[in-house]
Design a protein around this ligand. Structure first.
Ligand code: CUA
Length: 330
């Protein structure tokens, strides 16, 4: 049996396959029906004498209603079914394991919140909903893991995300599914789905760099962000504590939800959306911070909002980093 189908290794796989096989069955049924009827009628109503003339037929209400209503019902089934799978794919559960992805010509970089970084290999635990938050350093790429039946564009200048819940431990292909230049075909990798205990062991190995948020905290100080964004509301910039996820009033009178995209924009191009009550004095960091540094800063800002896990110790003032043994990894 040739491997016509990729392995089925996520909660979404069987749902996508079921819909796919339904579409295949409907298509096959009607292809055979129509082709069969064409041949059958061509033979049955063939011209039997050189001067034969066909019967004059004027409509057939029952027949016309049938071939209108039946396809309508079938397409509505496809629509509702397809929409339910689509919504399930685009709405991650509340509790997800978040992993950042940066695509660049021609490799995949994965950044775990605990600090581990990987290239072209992604380790995840089985049975847990994983959300990838993705961006690109250059052109449009596309993450595609056939065994999970998930696929999404990775776009420069914005964050996109997909989620999946692996069901079977193993190694699965990861492809770039958007033509992105000469070595597009080489932009491949592997997702390694591990048993939870093996995953914990893997996680605890080689975490010298500290968590992503602590890397961000260090960077926050190196870039002198902390001189204006102070926790005591005395700074020249908005207080960042408790900010992530909140709705913020802008100078323009509009409001915005503080999410990854907004934090990113506010770092790269602070003048775009000024918080009400503040002066547009922050310098733009466009070109000065990499995508990975942005992710660290965003994760740091997130950590300042009360969450189940402990917030990262915040460096205040211009002194040395507050005991965070974070080597300068840029
Ligand atoms: Cu990246 Cu194709």
């Amino acid at each position: 049996m040739p491997p016509l189908f990729p392995a089925s290794a996520s909660t979404m796989a069987s749902r996508v396959d079921a819909l796919y096989f339904f579409l295949l069955a409907v298509s096959a049924f009607f292809s055979l029906l129509i082709a069969g009827l064409i041949v059958f009628y061509a033979v049955k109503y063939r011209r039997r004498s050189p001067d034969g003339i066909g019967a004059n037929i004027h409509g057939g209400l029952a027949l016309e209603l049938t071939w209108t209503i039946v396809p309508f019902l079938i397409t509505m089934v496809i629509f509702v079914w397809g929409a339910s799978v689509f919504f399930a794919m685009s709405r991650p559960p509340d509790e997800t394991l978040n992993i950042y992805v940066v695509g660049k010509q021609w490799m995949w970089k994965f950044q775990h919140l605990d600090g581990q970084r990987e290239i072209n290999e992604l380790h995840v635990p089985v049975g847990r909903a994983v959300k990838l938050i993705m961006t690109s350093e250059d052109v449009i790429h596309d993450v595609f893991v056939p065994a999970f039946r998930v696929k999404a564009d990775v776009i420069p200048g914005r964050y996109t995300s997909i989620w999946f819940q692996p069901t079977v431990p193993g190694r699965y292909h990861l492809f770039c599914a958007e033509y992105c230049g000469t070595r597009h075909s080489g932009m491949i990798g592997e997702v390694v789905v591990m048993e939870p205990t093996a995953y914990q062991t893997w996680l605890s190995g080689g975490t010298a760099e500290g968590s992503l948020a602590s890397t961000g905290a260090k960077l926050f100080q190196d870039l002198a962000c902390n001189t204006c964004h102070r926790p005591d509301a005395q700074g020249r910039g908005p207080v960042l504590e408790g900010l992530f996820g909140k709705t913020q009033m802008l100078q323009s009178g509009e409001t915005i939800v503080v999410d990854e995209a907004y934090v990113r924009e506010s770092i790269l191009n602070p003048g775009a959306k000024i918080t009400a009550g503040f002066q547009p004095i922050m310098p733009a960091f466009q070109g000065l911070v990499t995508e990975e540094q942005l992710l660290a800063l965003i994760e740091y800002v997130k950590s300042l909002t009360a969450q189940p896990q402990e917030p990262v110790a915040r460096p205040v003032g211009g002194g040395p980093a507050a005991g965070e043994a974070t080597p300068a990894v840029k």
